[in-house]
Design a protein around this ligand. Structure first.
Ligand code: 6PG
Length: 262
């Protein structure tokens, strides 16, 4: 199904409003298949960073179970990473890895070595972040000062304007050198391990998945309000040389002006 009739948001971002979460999941699956077919030579890995939270669950299920989508993805060359992870073991109910294992890897034929989870069971969150950064540097064969370029990064937003685990007013927002940090989240009294903004902004394609009325106010602030990234960290996401797509459903788009909606 052609993905057309979009509107442009700030900085050339494309904002596509669809009916509901099912439609977000279906559209995102089509985008991911297309992007995986654009990575050129068949030998080159297709690298995708998954988002946590609940919104991506249906997309994950579609990727692994929808026959036409499942048959279109080059699973052997797909490498899965995470944009962020909670500081919990992989079998914890809050683990983003566990959510993906249950909703995607349970049905998709992903080779185990293609799953690059954050070892968030490590008691020292900073050590978990360092280990994940080391894995990125090694996988992407990075030299000093180089950034990984993911083919696709999936993101969500919280009602407070956070994305990945870049929360308002937290130290990670200032990070310009590290690829991964352990970010202390005061309101949760815990660390979260997160990719930093420079890594997110180096992706070839970033897709925000935003569903539900509870996101309508903050989405309007992010897309149409003043640029206040300390308060609305999702505004930091402006891919330097990549595409930015906001896939939003009608409920989440409820406060947007018509000019930015499909
Ligand atoms: C996480 C996510 C986070 C998430 C938003 C939206 O670890 O929770 O990475 O950034 O995308 O909080 O979460 P929902 O999809 O559950 O609304």
């Amino acid at each position: 199904m052609p993905i057309d009739n979009k509107r442009s948001g700030p900085d050339g971002a494309v904002v596509k409003m669809v009916k509901d979460l099912d439609e977000i999941s279906r559209t995102a699956a089509v985008m991911i298949v297309r992007q995986s077919n654009e990575t050129g030579s068949s030998a080159k890995p297709f690298t995708i960073a998954l988002s946590g939270g609940s919104t991506p669950r249906r997309l994950h299920e579609r990727l692994g179970r929808e026959p036409s989508v499942r048959a279109s993805l080059p699973w052997e060359k797909c490498h899965f990473f995470w944009g962020d992870e909670r500081h919990v073991p992989p079998d914890h109910s809050q683990s983003n890895y566990r959510m993906a294992r249950e909703t995607l890897f349970a049905s998709a034929p992903v080779p185990a070595q293609n799953i690059h989870r954050v070892h968030a069971e490590e008691s020292d969150a900073a050590a978990a972040a360092e280990r994940y950064e080391h894995e990125l540097r090694s996988f992407f064969n990075l030299g000093p000062g180089q950034l990984p370029r993911f083919d696709c990064i999936l993101l969500g937003i919280g009602a407070d304007g956070h994305t990945a685990s870049l929360f308002p007013g937290t130290n990670a927002l200032q990070e310009t050198r590290r690829l991964v940090v352990a970010n202390w989240i005061e309101k949760f009294q815990t660390h979260r391990i997160t990719l930093t903004a420079p890594v997110l902004n180096n992706a070839a394609l970033v897709i925000f998945l935003v569903s539900g009325k509870d996101k309508a106010e903050v989405l309007k602030e992010i897309l149409e309000g003043d640029f206040r990234p300390q308060l609305l960290p999702a505004q930091l996401i402006r891919p330097v040389q990549g595409k930015l797509l906001w896939l939003v459903d009608q409920a989440a788009a409820g406060c947007l002006t018509d000019s930015i909606k499909v």
